[in-house]
Ligand binder design. Structure first.
Ligand code: TRP
Ligand code: ZN
Length: 872
């Protein structure tokens, strides 16, 4: 390793308040594709008594001119480096005018000011504003922004944050618009968009009586596909008023959908920019999952207006302050709009599969990381999703009423400020009177606690005892671990399936949640007449792994009798996983599921007592990713075969029952409504079982594919045909291609299906698709659909023992190192998880990582991840 190249690590403990503050910023953009001139005039004040120089951040900027209080600055008064502009000998208060030139067209990183399909747009979070102008690019510097944009009239819409104050025509076919945002904000919330769009308009009256104009900008011709997102926005606004008493605070709310975007969407004040994937939907082109995600992301960005924008982060280590809380809010919103149980299971799956894997891997970090090289690498499932679980635990410990009081106090104290996670917890503590001292460890400690529970029953005392111990295994970033405050929700069931009241020595407990805070703790329950079956971690009350020595009969009992969907789901998942692991241990390539499991599944398929969507979730055989997360070391190809064998076994043994149930699932014309979504999801699962184990029982797939009126069912059929290699697969693929080849966003699903092909030849197909007209390495959605999906979800072909899968990913990562480092650093993740694999694969994977590490001009993004992975 060449040390002079090692990027610097930033640490939370080194946080210092800013030396200078900025009260107002006036930005003036003169836009041209390869040359944009940015004039930035800001009012700056020294903070505190010191003689430090002003150090502004800037990257990739060409400095045109610099003036203080209107006077050009002599060269000896300032210094430029690759990343800073330093100005010395400054008065207490002064005006800086800095003019820079940038090249939007050459910007393929999609950070700063760039072009997306001919439209200008910006992405400033986390540290992209410094690619636009010199500034104090940190979230604790809040200023009032005024923006003037001048561009060719071909860019008919010129947009920025806040309210439009002026617009007009200019000579030479150009025009301009000015915007003013009265709310002081950090620069990461700045946005500019200039381009040609179709516009959908609506309005919303807030509880405070403010009329808000809602504007949704989409690519020309896409108007009908924007209606659902706009309606979802109105639902979000109403929900936040109802649930949290939070209303919108400007007269206009704009959302722009763009095709080139690194993430899902961005909550810029009054001007959200969205990946078009999370805006555009029609029944023919979008699945139920797409609809669900659109509603969730629209909600997420809207909810940021209070949790993120009105109250923002002091520094980027506090990212979970806004993201964990906002994910919690969007999950609650989705639950209220649809099925709480189904949403919960889907969110739990993300934690157990992806977040637990992150904890066990080289990038392990607490929800409030302590050190960072590249901030973009910390927009993770840990910060977002585990962050949300931490908020959810606070909600569980406090209850809805006190939680709401805590939120109110948080806004009362901190509106307009840049604060820390500790400020949030303190507001919750002060509002509720509940002690969160030990609980705070969730913010600083990484890793997944493992809880082991044993039980005993004393007939004479009628006392049932749960003995709980917890240990958090060492993670890549931390060796010392302390016990966590784990809210452990439980239920006890009698043999007849009835839930028993929980009594301690004094009387009936108010709460079925145990406060488990020590390494070892015992909980006793009285008045128990016979040994019960315990349901543990009800509703997944904490992001931990739970071990209890259940028998097969106990688990089948819980699948049948537990009232909580998570407990049912988790019980069947354990039955299936255990069957797979048992066969793996014996070195088998296929398995036969026990009669107990078959009977449990049969009962689920037949039941009419449960929502079909919940049944579909419970019946889904764990993915290879979920399975591998539970093992410290495995032969992934064997695991993949056994997983498929389990599905095949269910299809074979239950073909009659499945066919009968399938016949009852007949949703009418497409509607995105909970009841219909549920039917479609169960029908998708059942069809895949038949495709796996009883293809002769399948309905005519081609006929059905041509008949159904919606993408959800079409894609389920295509996925089943692809994974189980039905002979109709090619026909379905061509028919899809013929219908959508001019629509890249819709073709992403087609690319993903081929990326998931378990068949030999998948890799050469992918290579051929690189040259296909819809594909482009510069579009992150295309890269994720084809390469991301392949690496993360095709265990057979990505993990080929000849290393061809790893080689493919490595080539793409190398290509993206310069083109788009953020995307490169994300799609490489599966390679960094080499520790879980057998030695042969470990060697191949490490070889690929070494090749990346040796690259000249390796990005900070990739360096941080690859270096950590190899250091393990
Ligand atoms: N704040 C955004 C969100 O969660 C995340 C985001 C959007 C982002 N674009 C980004 C993060 C680019 C890093 C880089 O809603
Ligand atoms: Zn967010």
């Amino acid at each position: 390793m060449k040390t002079e190249q090692t990027p610097t690590v930033k640490r939370l403990v080194d946080y210092r308040p800013p030396n200078f503050t900025i009260s107002t910023v006036e930005l003036d953009f003169v836009l041209d594709e390869s040359k944009a001139i940015v004039t930035n005039r800001m009012q700056v004040s020294r903070a505190g008594r010191h003689n430090e120089p002003l150090v502004l951040d800037g990257e990739g900027l060409t400095l045109v001119s610099l003036a203080i209080d209107g006077q050009p600055l002599p060269a000896e008064r300032f210094q430029c480096s690759d990343t800073t502009l330093t100005i010395s000998s400054l008065p207490e208060c002064f005006e800086v005018t800095v003019v820079t030139e940038i090249d939007p067209k050459a910007n393929t990183s999609l950070e700063g000011l760039y072009l997306s399909e001919g439209s200008y747009c910006t992405q400033c979070e986390a540290e992209g504003f410094r690619k636009i102008t010199y500034y104090l690019d940190r979230p604790d510097v809040l200023a009032v922004f005024t923006t003037r944009i001048e561009a060719d009239e071909k860019c008919s819409y010129l947009l920025s944050n806040g309210n439009k104050t002026e617009e007009g025509r200019l000579p030479d076919g150009r025009h301009y618009a000015s915007w003013h945002d009265p709310h002081p904000k950090p620069c990461y919330l700045f946005a500019l968009v200039a381009g040609e769009f179709d516009l959908l308009c609506d309005s919303y009256r807030t509880t405070e009586g403010r009329d808000v104009a809602l504007q949704l900008f989409v690519d020309k011709g896409n108007k009908p596909r924007g209606e659902f997102a706009l309606a979802a926005l109105k639902r979000s606004m109403a929900w936040d008023e109802q649930r949290f008493g939070l209303a919108y605070d400007l007269d206009i709310y704009m959302v722009v959908a763009v095709d080139f975007f690194n993430m899902g969407a961005m909550e810029n004040k009054g001007l959200n920019v969205f990946n078009s994937k999370y805006v555009l939907a029609e029944p023919q082109s979008a699945t139920d999952t797409d609809y669900h995600n659109i509603e969730a992301v629209i909600g997420h960005e809207y909810f940021h207006n209070w949790t993120g924008n009105r109250v923002t982060c002091r520094d980027w280590f506090q990212l979970s302050l806004k993201e964990g809380l906002t994910v919690f809010r969007d999950q609650e919103f989705s639950a209220d709009m649809g099925s709480p149980a189904v949403n919960r299971l889907q969110n739990v799956r993300v934690i157990q599969t992806q977040q637990f894997a992150e904890d066990a891997g080289p990038m392990a970090h607490p929800i409030r990381p302590a050190q960072v090289i590249e901030m973009n690498n910390f927009y993770t499932v840990t910060v977002y999703n585990k962050g949300s679980e931490v908020i959810r635990m606070i909600h569980t410990l406090l209850g809805e009423a006190s939680f709401r009081k805590g939120m109110d106090l948080y806004f009362q104290r901190h509106d307009g400020q840049a604060v820390t996670c500790d400020d949030f917890v303190l507001a919750m503590e002060d509002a509720s009177g509940i002690d969160l001292t030990t609980f705070r460890r969730w913010y600083s400690q990484s890793g997944t606690p493992e809880v082991t529970v044993t039980d005993s029953y004393d007939e004479v005392r009628e006392c049932y005892t749960l003995n709980c111990t917890q240990v958090t295994p060492t993670t890549a970033d931390q060796t010392e671990k302390a016990p966590q405050h784990i809210p452990l929700a439980i239920a006890l069931y009698a043999d007849n399936g009835e839930e028993l009241p929980l009594n301690d020595q004094v009387g009936e407990l108010q709460h079925s949640v145990l406060d488990f805070k020590q390494t070892a703790q015992t909980f006793e329950f009285f008045g128990i007449k016979q040994k019960p079956t315990p349901a543990l971690l009800v509703n997944f009350s904490a992001p931990v792994k739970l071990h209890f020595d259940y028998t097969e009969a106990d688990l089948a009992f819980l699948v049948k009798h537990a009232s909580d969907a998570y407990v049912k789901w988790s019980a069947l998942q354990s039955l299936l996983s255990e069957a797979i692991f048992a066969a793996e241990q014996k070195g088998l390539d296929s398995l036969v599921l026990s009669d107990v499991i078959i009977a449990a599944c049969e009962a689920l398929i037949k039941t009419t007592q449960l929502d079909e969507a919940i049944v579909a979730e419970i019946l889904s055989v764990p993915s290879v990713a979920t399975l591998i997360e539970q093992r410290s070391f495995s032969d992934i190809s064997r695991l993949a075969m056994l997983r498929d064998s389990a599905v095949r076994c269910l299809g074979e043994r239950l073909s009659e029952v499945i066919s009968a149930r399938l016949a009852t699932l007949r949703p009418g014309p497409y509607q995105y409504a909970a009841k219909d979504v549920a039917q479609r999801s169960l029908s998708g699962v059942l069809i895949s079982y038949l495709a796996a184990g009883a293809p002769t029982h399948l309905p005519d797939i081609v006929e059905r594919f041509n008949r159904v009126d919606n993408m959800t069912e079409k894609l389920a059929l295509l996925a089943a045909a692809n994974h189980w290699q039905l002979s109709c697969k090619e026909r379905l693929l061509s028919s899809y291609e013929a219908a959508w080849k001019h629509d890249p966003l819709v073709m992403d699903k087609w690319l993903s299906i081929q990326a998931l092909s378990p068949a030999d030849g998948a890799i050469s197909t992918i290579r051929r698709l690189f040259d296909y007209e819809v594909f482009s390495f510069s579009n992150p959605n295309r890269v994720r659909a084809l390469v991301g999906t392949f690496a993360a979800s095709n265990p057979y072909q990505f993990h080929r023992i000849d290393g061809e899968g790893y080689k493919l990913l490595t080539e793409v990562v190398i290509k993206l190192n310069k083109l788009n480092p953020q995307v490169a650093a994300r799609i490489i993740t599966p390679l960094t998880q080499w520790k879980k694999m057998d030695v042969t694969r470990q060697g191949l994977m490490k070889g690929c990582l070494q090749e990346v590490l040796a690259l000249p001009e390796l990005s900070k993004d990739l360096f941080e991840i690859v270096d950590k992975s190899l250091a393990q």
